[in-house]
Design a protein. Structure first.
Lengths: 177, 451
């Protein structure tokens, strides 16, 4: 099995002039053994390489179309048999407020889960958090959240079947404030 | 970017592919090629390549540009390369057809159509493969359906390599002994790599995910699915690699093909079990038209397998290979393709138009873009015509076959008209059709609205 990765997109924060360093370190601290971090940034985050290198992560940076960067941080001593599905221990991974709304979208026909999440975020205030359960990774939702300036964290629960996503509304503007 | 976005040129591939399907059905309806001409006649070769490259391969390429990123949760390596690839493939197909006409004495014998066609098709497929392979390599994890696709991509490379060798030999460009030997005996390998490896194996991989997604069934990752992958890969390796070696060493190809056929049939049987399991384990009681019609395609595949096994048992496969290939190409591959296009066109159009305004304005549902009752009759006519056509081919009634081909043409035209209506949002209620910020999409390509 390959290393599983937790995704963190700090581009909304960077574009709004914010400083994502603390959030990155919190996310790294919350990684399970054997888990890696997939980071999205608007520039090649060279200073991080040394910082996370000292914490035992190797890195692999790729430039994406449009000048953004994707960096994979892999634990160098990753156990070869990390069979557990990718998941985030959401409770201690952040200073985000508790979810204001919790949606269970697991039984909905696609693309209804995406429609409900976007509709709910439109009705929420900046900084508020929405939690949703899905039965698969919401491939088409993620770019739409990024476009609307919302931050998100997501991953499969330990059962490997339920995907839990947290969306923080307008995190880009929040970070700038 | 993480996740997947709209593939810009997928609709262009679909449009070109559907045009080729209509052209092939017109040819069959007027009696061009098999069964009025022999299986190996230039007219039949033209028909076969219009179907295999023009319709099925373009459909598959267009679908993979959109779907492989979804399987891998990664963006496509390049959203630009698909256009030159499409132009190269279409130009290559036209040139190849001119080469076959040359073979039939109907085109200028001096112009090197075969060499040029082989070059253009090779370039087109190379561009497609490069783009998809780069996307695959960049992925962190390759889920099971994408592994089927990987084997399919290796197979299309093998198919194209055989085709180019045939074209170079037939075009008189080379008389290199091994190439001549392959051209003489390698046709079954070209067909197996193309229909079995590239089209069928890729379609199987993609169908695992599409069926699970549209019917809310669990993703399959069970032993039978893995066994299907390994058996299929083994069958293709035996046929393509073993077959090539056998031809070059002048051995008996039939033994190799029998071995490959055994592994292949076993793999297909396991796949059948998986598909039945997906339909049974679904959480959605009422499934949509695409999943209902896909069941007819699976039935066609099952019928084709039974036909192959029975014909092998009575030693008569060679006489009925035309009917078998027809059922596989039109019942299974085209049937599955048309059925899933019905959903894919609606979903991609919905996402392109309404994705940016979801939650901000009242928007239609995906199902509001289609009218299933209207499409249903065309699909039923299509499958009935294909099955009747298969029977007509078995019984050697060419005139009845032409009539069934005409019925397929009518049915396909009806289905295409539904695709166009979906793309134009023609069936969406006026009140919610165009909220502020929404435009009617282009018919032939998608506008990406990435910021």
């Amino acid at each position: 099995m390959q290393t599983t990765f937790v995704d963190l997109d700090v581009r909304p924060i960077l574009r709004a002039g914010g400083e994502p360093f603390q959030q990155i370190m919190e996310t790294v601290a919350a990684l399970n053994p054997g888990q890696g971090l997939r980071l999205f940034a608007t520039f090649k985050p060279a200073p991080l390489f040394a910082v996370l290198g000292s914490k035992g992560f190797s890195y692999e940076a790729t430039e994406l179309e449009g000048g953004d960067w994707e960096v994979l941080f892999q634990p160098t001593h990753a156990a070869s048999g990390t069979e557990s599905p990718s998941s985030i221990s959401i409770a201690d991974s952040s200073n985000w407020p508790d979810p204001l709304q919790e949606l269970d979208n697991r039984a909905l026909d696609p693309p209804e889960p995406m429609v409900r999440i976007l509709a709910a975020t439109e009705a929420m205030k900046e900084g508020e958090v929405l939690s949703a359960l899905l039965c698969r990774e919401p491939i088409f939702l993620l770019p739409e959240l990024a476009k609307r300036g919302h931050a998100w964290r997501g991953g499969f629960e330990p059962d490997g079947k339920t995907y839990k996503i947290l969306v923080r509304v307008g995190a880009a503007k929040k970070a700038a404030a | 970017m993480i996740g997947a976005s709209l593939s810009r040129w997928t609709m262009s591939y679909f449009a070109a592919a559907l045009l080729a399907l209509v052209a092939a059905e017109v040819l069959m309806a007027v009696g061009y090629g098999f069964p009025r001409a022999a299986l190996g006649a230039p007219e039949t070769l033209i028909l076969v390549h219009v179907v295999a490259i023009g319709w099925l391969s373009l459909l598959m390429c267009g679908a993979l540009f959109q779907f492989l990123p979804v399987l891998l949760a990664r963006p496509l390596y390049s959203d630009t390369l698909p256009l030159p690839a499409l132009l190269s493939l279409v130009a290559g197909l036209v040139t190849l057809i001119l080469g076959f006409l040359q073979l039939a004495g109907r085109a200028d014998p001096k112009f090197p159509f075969f060499a040029l066609g082989g070059l253009l098709l090779g370039l087109g497929f190379a561009l497609v493969l490069w783009n998809l392979a780069r996307t695959l390599v960049a992925a962190q994890a390759v889920p099971l359906p994408a592994r089927f696709v990987t084997i399919g991509l290796v197979s299309v490379a093998a198919t194209a390599a055989f085709g180019i060798i045939f074209a170079l030999v037939l075009g008189g460009v080379t008389a290199y002994e091994p190439f001549v030997a392959l051209t003489g005996a390698g046709l079954p390998l070209h067909i197996i790599a193309g229909i079995g490896g590239w089209l069928t194996f890729t379609a199987m991989g993609v169908s695992y995910r599409l069926l699970a997604m549209f019917m809310l069934a669990p993703e399959l990752d069970r032993p039978s699915t893995k066994a299907t992958l390994y058996l299929g890969a083994a069958a293709l390796a035996i046929a393509i690699l073993g077959g090539t070696m056998t031809i070059l060493l002048r051995g008996d190809l039939s033994i190799v093909l029998l071995g490959a056929g055994g592994a292949g049939l076993l793999g297909l049987a396991l796949y059948g079990g998986d598909v039945v399991h997906l339909y049974r384990a679904r959480k959605r009681p009422h499934i949509e038209l695409n999943s209902r019609m896909a069941a007819f395609a699976f039935a066609s595949l099952a019928a084709a397998i039974v036909m192959i096994a029975s014909l092998l048992a009575i030693g008569n496969l060679a006489d009925q290979v035309g009917a078998v290939v027809f059922l596989v190409a039109f019942g299974w591959l085209s049937g599955l393709g048309l059925a899933q296009l019905y959903k894919i066109v609606a979903f991609l159009t919905w996402l392109e138009c309404y994705g940016p305004v979801l939650g901000k304005a009242q928007t239609p549902r995906v199902q509001d873009l289609v009218v299933e009752a209207r499409a249903n009759k065309w699909f039923q006519l299509y499958f009935l015509a294909v099955w009747a056509g298969t029977v007509a081919l078995i019984a050697s009634y060419s005139l009845i076959f032409q009539l069934t081909a005409a019925a397929m043409l009518i049915a396909t035209s009806g289905i295409i008209a539904q695709f166009v209506r979906t793309r134009r949002l023609a069936d969406v209620k006026a009140a919610i059709r165009l909220p502020q910020g929404v435009q009617v999409p282009r018919l032939l390509h998608s506008l990406s609205h990435q910021t």
